[in-house]
Design a protein around this ligand. Sequence first.
Ligand SMILES: [Zn+2]
Ligand SMILES: [Zn+2]
Length: 252
Amino acid sequence: MVTMHLLRFVEFVSDSLLSVAYPQPCSLCGSNVESHDLGVCCQQCWQLTTIFDGAETVCWKCGVVTSGSISPVRVDAARCHRCDDQSFTAARACGLYEYALRSSALQLKREAYLPKRLLSLLIATARRAPIDAATRVMPVPLHSERLKSRGFNQAAVIAEAVARSLNLPLDDTSLIRSGVSDKYRAGLDAKAREDTVTGAFSVRYPALVNAEDILLVDDVFTTGATASSCGQALFDAGARSVFVLTIARPRH
Ligand SMILES: [Zn+2]
Ligand SMILES: [Zn+2]
């Protein structure tokens, strides 16, 4: 009896040790990840990743990197105009959806944990203009079915950490997701999927959103459709601005 308990205890301890054991293989190249802080990728793969430092010329609104076609006279006047119809004030990402940022975003769907490197990039991005004007942090809500199967909302993991670091109130209850389920959406093509996001969000407590500058947090900015749909609901509830913060975005 005692031996059995001891055995279980030993198993428990070795499992715990294994989960923090380093070095672990990089999820991209297989070489050793030098530090726990780097998450699932090695230093080399982090170096291959395009990380924004605030000096690049981006569309002021959607944050897409613009290449030389826009006059550098006023960087904040740079606009791609493809995002003109989207309902948010400005969106920024830590970098491109590639290498270490892509792996880190995918890992965050499996494990509710933000490695130090990723968190510091998110904080640095959130502290840059124009999104540094935010007064309240809100995650993009996950559909309830998805939340049940995953057990956590990866956007909420980011929002919590960012709110704590920036000393801003976290609001993960005002914005709610309704609309059709992901299961239904999975059978649709990209355009139809985008259409189903429209009107999928609403604000439960408009008084908490009214006249606020919201920092809407999601893991990845893809077409901007989700951010825009949340933004529409937030603006309808009286938000003054809707800033969007994500780990990564596509190059175009
Ligand atoms: Zn690597
Ligand atoms: Zn744009």
